[in-house]
Design a protein around this ligand. Structure first.
Ligand SMILES: *Cc1c(COP(=O)(O)O)cnc(C)c1O
Length: 366
């Protein structure tokens, strides 16, 4: 049992709200793949996937095979695309009916070998094309190789072809993005010419969904938007915050002028003050760079800055002017604005803040 008083709350009704917001941006025929990698962006992928399965989501995606296995073991029946499978776990992938992204010649040929031996029929595979991200995927110049292997083969079926945008959130890169979309359209045309059909196509992540409706194709890949973020404060306000981090006051101290608080005397009191110690620290994902007053937490509806240095398992906050007692609740964050402020202060992005909270913190869904 995990009796850690620090909890990450997952608000399920907000995920539903956010899903419906994105549904309203799509044509009826456009499918939605929900990205639940990295424990559902730091939340709880099983809880999120069960909720979305009830909402008739079309597809899930995870990054690694283990993440997909966890979903299957939890009873998820919806198709699951594994975005980044590795050679060593291709047979596990088949065993758990997970659908691979085959992104290189090596993994493509290994997988083909394996399914031919396992006498499977029409096992779904996905092919990823590199249109500029230069991370994973086949190039345009690999098309002949691919198409020659794809003709008349009953052991697998091409469930989809896809690509990934480099800068879908950045209006300054609009030309680059449109070029990616064009390249992807040309690849799909080559498929149609050579194989006589166009496989299901998908290209957009959250900000791509919002900024490039012309690239919705047959399916969109919705990740961080489900969790309340859309790269723009006006849109964020139409989404609901999903993830909140809450804790309690462990101890209160009266500090005299010239006393210090925390490691390396991170703060020296210039006047009498009252501090509270909270059981969450940098080992839990609350970055050390957020100390020294860079963010506030909330105690009894009042804002209290983190003072001194963030410790491994604790922070100290200034509650000099706040009525509070040991055991009172502390909200580290419960809004998108607070997550974005943390990201700004730690010189990172909301994605890294959300996915960084350790397993020591209990997840609860409400
Ligand atoms: C993570 C990921 C997504 C989801 O992106 P968001 O910006 O979170 O919506 C979509 N596609 C691929 C290939 C990814 O790796």
């Amino acid at each position: 049992m995990n009796n850690n008083p620090t909890v990450l709350e997952i608000k399920l009704s907000s995920i539903e709200h956010n899903l419906n917001f994105f549904r309203s941006k799509l044509q009826n025929k456009t499918k939605i793949l929900a990205v639940v990698k990295a424990s559902g962006y730091g939340s709880d992928e099983v809880v999120v996937a069960h909720l979305l399965e009830k909402q008739n989501i079309d597809y899930f995606a995870v990054a690694y095979v283990d993440e997909g296995i966890a979903l299957r073991k939890a009873g998820i029946k919806t198709p699951i695309l594994v975005l980044h499978p590795q050679l060593e776990n291709l047979s596990l992938l088949i065993q758990y009916k997970l659908e691979p992204n085959l992104y290189s010649k090596k993994i493509f040929l290994s997988f083909l070998d394996l399914i031919k031996k396992s006498d499977l029929e029409r096992f779904p595979i996905h092919l990823k094309f590199n249109t500029g991200l230069n991370r994973l995927g086949f190039k345009n110049s690999d098309l002949d190789f691919l198409l020659s292997h794809l003709k008349s083969n009953d052991s697998f079926t091409i469930a989809s072809i896809f690509s990934h945008l480099v800068a879908s959130e950045d209006p300054n890169e609009r030309d680059y993005t449109l070029d990616q979309i064009n390249q992807f359209n040309e690849i799909a045309n080559s498929f149609e010419l050579s194989l006589g059909f166009k496989p299901m196509m998908h290209m957009t992540n959250t900000s791509g969904i919002l900024n490039y409706p012309e690239a919705h194709f047959d399916m969109v890949r919705l990740g961080i938007g489900l969790y309340g973020f859309a790269n723009d404060s006006q849109l964020n306000s139409q989404l609901e915050n999903v993830i909140s981090l809450k804790s309690v006051i462990s101890q209160i101290h009266e500090i005299d002028k010239n006393e210090s608080v925390g490691y390396n005397r991170g703060i020296i009191a210039t006047h009498k003050m009252k501090t509270a110690t909270i059981p969450v620290g940098h080992a839990d994902g609350l970055f050390r760079s957020l100390g020294q007053g860079r963010i506030f937490v909330t105690v009894n509806n009042e804002k209290a800055p983190i003072i001194g240095n963030v410790c491994m398992d604790m922070i100290m906050i200034d509650v000099s002017d706040i009525q509070c007692d040991e055991g009172d609740q502390v909200i580290i964050f419960d809004s998108q604005q607070e997550v974005l402020k943390m990201a700004y202060q730690a010189n990172t992005i909301s994605y890294e803040i959300l996915t960084t909270f350790s397993d020591r913190i209990k997840r609860i869904s409400i």
